[in-house]
Design a protein around this ligand. Sequence first.
Ligand code: KIV
Ligand code: ZN
Length: 390
Amino acid sequence: MTNSIEKDRVVIFDTTLRDGEQSPGATMTHDEKLEIAGLLDDMGVDIIEAGFPIASEGDFRAVSEIAAQAVNSRICGLARANIADIDRCWDAIKHAEKNRIHTFIGTSPLHRAIPNLTKDEMADKIHETVTHARNLCENVQWSPMDATRTEWDYLCRVVEIAIKAGASTINIPDTVGYTAPVESADLIKRLIETVPGADDVIFATHCHNDLGMATANSLAAVAGGARQIECTINGLGERAGNTALEEVVMALKVRNDIMPWHTNIDTRKIMHISRRVATVSGFNVQFNKAIVGKNAFAHESGIHQDGMLKNPENFEIMRPEDVGLSGTSLPLGKHSGRAALRDKLNHLGYEVGDNQLKDVFIRFKELADRKKEVFDDDIIALMHSGENAE
Ligand code: KIV
Ligand code: ZN
């Protein structure tokens, strides 16, 4: 690879501010975008896709200012396959110390029908637009949108054209989340084996989550040879969203034994940015969402709480501190047992003997049957009233 990164490293390309913001209703203000870009830069994201400069005056301004403020990350703007889009994109990103033009066109039969281009006409357009982008910017990414539903021979042909025209990253989008993990790995592997010049570029994977397979597909693509994952915080994105950054990054960290690739992400910054993106986009994170959901490190049942108190590894495969949490949570509810109640009482400053614990536990269970969650104040009230404290 001339465009080389270390063989065992995966580049993280975050598109929260572009594909993520395309979620209906997820629009962010100018200042919010700048704040999120700063957090992405700070957590070690390699490339930030900051927006779609030709889409609006506001997008142009946001991408330009993100380009000017970036410290470590490369700043990328999106452009359709036409000269005006590419020029506008370049104007927005040209002040960044490290920049990238990302240009794309839909190559599947369905998507070719939208601009009504023949295969040959589209091939010429790809050559012309990638060449133009490359003349402006030394770092160009090209995407055949809906690649996973594009005919194999045509996909190879257009990827080769884009490489010859100067693209240094070839992104293979699963635009409609249609692919399965085995296909995802196989597609990248075969492209690298087949297309002339493929060894000189980085292949990227860009997955959508329509069938809930975006994370699995992205990791499979890496196993097939991709070295860039495109993703968003909290999996924000069109329809069912994009690959979630926190999921692929933590999967690579926790299962490095079978997926021996690393990223530059400081995982301890994950929880903070997840909460900020949820707040500014207005998209709450589901409670049971992997890594960043409220319950991802919470244990309510007695057996699990007892196991956690004895050894956290009994029920947790990663340390909460590694994603930026202060610790595990053992919420008290009707499934909780004596060990968790005693632990909570100790944390609240009460030393109880076995008889007192027995008594409080009975009243705690009565209360828990009536309440979804029993809070610290409820426990304190139980201790003092000697009767239920709802
Ligand atoms: O999903 C998609 O195909 C895209 C392209 C613009 C890369 O977001
Ligand atoms: Zn997308």
